[in-house]
Design a protein around this ligand. Sequence first.
Ligand SMILES: NC(=O)c1ccc[n+]([C@@H]2O[C@H](COP(=O)([O-])OP(=O)(O)OC[C@H]3O[C@@H](n4cnc5c(N)ncnc54)[C@H](O)[C@@H]3O)[C@@H](O)[C@H]2O)c1
Length: 372
Amino acid sequence: MIIGVPKEIKNHEYRVGMVPASVRELINHGHEVIVETNAGIGIGFTDQDYVDAGASIINQASDVFAQAEMIVKVKEPQAVERAMLREGQILFTYLHLAPDLPQTEDLIKSKAICIAYETVTDDFGGLPLLAPMSEVAGRMSIQAGAQALEKSNAGRGMLLGGVPGVEPAKVVIIGGGMVGNNAAQMAVGMGADVVVLDRNTNVLRKLDAQFGNKVKAIYSTADALEKHVLDADLVIGGVLIPGAAAPKLVTKEHIKSMKPGAAIVDVAIDQGGCIETSKATTHAEPTYIVDDVVHYCVANMPGAVPRTSTFALNNATLPYILQIANKGHVQALLDNKHLLNGLNVIDGQVTCQSVAENLGFEYVDPAVALIN
Ligand SMILES: NC(=O)c1ccc[n+]([C@@H]2O[C@H](COP(=O)([O-])OP(=O)(O)OC[C@H]3O[C@@H](n4cnc5c(N)ncnc54)[C@H](O)[C@@H]3O)[C@@H](O)[C@H]2O)c1
């Protein structure tokens, strides 16, 4: 199969669909990989790195789209990219179609085979191609929070780990899933006093087994939440109720009663945020202040560390890219029900139930759409 990797064109997007090591794996399996010139330059990969891995370099995105049987990207295709898709071509990338009617209409019109990273599932009820970005954001949240606590950023002027003779900062993490667990790892590593609140007792058991008495794993009632948030130096928002907007667990009144200079990193901002005073920010201006509390609410945190994020994403996507390339999309999708869950649009039909329901399209069972 000919696999094409265009350079990402969304504003400030430096990640790339495939690193040279992934290219080499595909070449070793007998495939051909074409990469747009400078596709990886933002994260330190030169065209020569890709050539060394066995890829051919193509100067124009239009030629990559024209020649490739499968396009592997990171972000959803922009309008100019959608116009270059063609019938029967495979697109494998993040799509996030449910709130995006123009993109969905264009993908339907293209008659391409559009597989979304974010709806691929696994045997444990997880979303394996979303998980790496939660790992990155969770770990980054402590880094961002540590900076927000610095005096020059209007924080309390505290070091997370304290020093000998001086108490560490108290970090309260709401939600102990992928984001929360990774945040806890970093916070413990930096020597903070760490509390994680979750409503799932299995999550609390796992935290307890993993961290012992270095993390206080607490059941998340309104009472416990209020007690710990008001006493926190840094709060991390990492809750998720799949498919729903994040619940506003920290209210305006809580914010008013928090310590002046305390900081909040609301990682769940991409689902609307779990803090009532949160509003999405960008890396250009990541923080703002409400009632003396520093708020960091960047909706695409992994974008700040595109090199790490690209490797993490590639580790997760490569097995699926190989399955599709080796077997062809029909067999790969029929053989793997979790990959089939990633199929959002094929041959002009919407095969993801939530996308169809959200946007008012007829839903077609992906297995049926595939064999027709
Ligand atoms: N801002 C970013 O750049 C960025 C990047 C990656 C992920 N995210 C977002 O971070 C959020 C968390 O993602 P995740 O992968 O960790 O999800 P996850 O499903 O692994 O974990 C969420 C946890 O929240 C817990 N929870 C639900 N309701 C709760 C409540 N009332 N109190 C306490 N805990 C509660 C769940 O039990 C679960 O353990 C999501 O909204 C995700 O989209 C944001």
